[in-house]
Design a protein around this ligand. Sequence first.
Ligand SMILES: [Fe+2]
Length: 464
Amino acid sequence: MIQQVLNKQLLQDVLDSMQAQVLAFGRDERRSLTGTPMDEIGSSERAELLDSIETAQEYAAAGERAAPDRRGGATDLTLADRNTYIPRSAELSNLQSAIEQYFLEKRPEVLESPRPNDRRGGSVPMAGSQLTIWQDYLAGRRLFGAFEQTDIGWINALFAKGIRKFRGKHEFVERPIRKDPIRLADEKVRMIIFGDWGSGIPRAQNLAKYIQRELRDPEVKDWQRYVVHLGDVYYSGWEYEYKNRFLNYWPVTLEEKDKIGSFSLNGNHDMYSGGWAYYDYALSDDRFAPWQGKSSLFHLANSYWQIFGLDTSHDDAGLKDDQTNWVRGAARKDLKTILLTHHQYCSSFEEPSRTLIDKIQPVLNEIDVAAWLWGHEHRCMTYKDVSRIRFPRCLGHGGVPVYQTHVPGASIPPPGEWEYRDYIDGGLEHWAKFGFAVLDFSREKIAVRYVDEDGGEDRKETIV
Ligand SMILES: [Fe+2]
């Protein structure tokens, strides 16, 4: 299961072996042949490979650069390091992808399925993206034997391929595929919004079932329906990851593709392999292509509301090119606005991006931004109004298993207002529940429900 894959110690051990192999190859190419694509990597790319390995080593050694938990205890990330390790590092994420892809393709015999009824993994045993090979490793039996050169050679080669893609990004498509906004009805519109869902673990698959329940509710069968993912398919947005973790479980089926609109924002993990599979594979899927197509931007509007999906990940935690001017030019002053992004505008637990805040400011000055919904932090939170945004909301609790370290009822640092703190009780382990938001549009009002992975409704509000 994903928790074990992400174990930081394993990554550090693999990195050390990769480094030793590249250095040995540099000393004596013939004696160091591995029989893998690693042997084909030339000396200049080997130097770059060594650089990337060192960058990853430094990142892992330093830990995440996140604000400490303000309650004065250990940081969230210390806990995360021991369990779910989702580093915001292109190098480490690509390493995770490379290790996983190698074992999926070349060593499937060592993969295990999650234990049935394991609430962390969910009750549906699935092969594929839920690797549990690492149980052996954690139990002290080295999975790789003595880290065989063949294993490490493949991982080195796949890692180099991922880094190559990351350095040569897919071009940014600077406007939505449609010149005019997608026309929303003024009422009877249901939009499901969720973020950071692309882990593929059974609990995330299960969440999609509850999203389907909302979409197929007989009450809304004649409504316009939309599903928006706020970005991040792990570990680094490779094609096999979109297939195994995202498209296979997307809550809209191919038969529903024309009736239910599908959108997915660009996240930092989508860009860690350069965004190639995000644009050319995920957005080219028949469910996304008619609605969003090959642009990370989209725009919908009715007589009361306008919604802009923006890209804060092509430039990581930034706002690539002139998106600000696009919104200013396309927005109507007489409509209320909802912004959707992967990254946060404000936070109680992390430093938001100065670049993003500065670049979006003209939009906030000129346009009535009623709500801004984002993901990225793997939690569900509402914030008090900031910079005239009346409903700033974080919905990053779609699919990454994290410990719930915040006690229900304990205070929330500003500008936070409410945090969803329910958890799955695994004895010593409290896993924060996943969830999504359901927005029902009715002229000038939007009724919002926050639904969790057990189908519970944990908060209701009205966005006006
Ligand atoms: Fe993210």
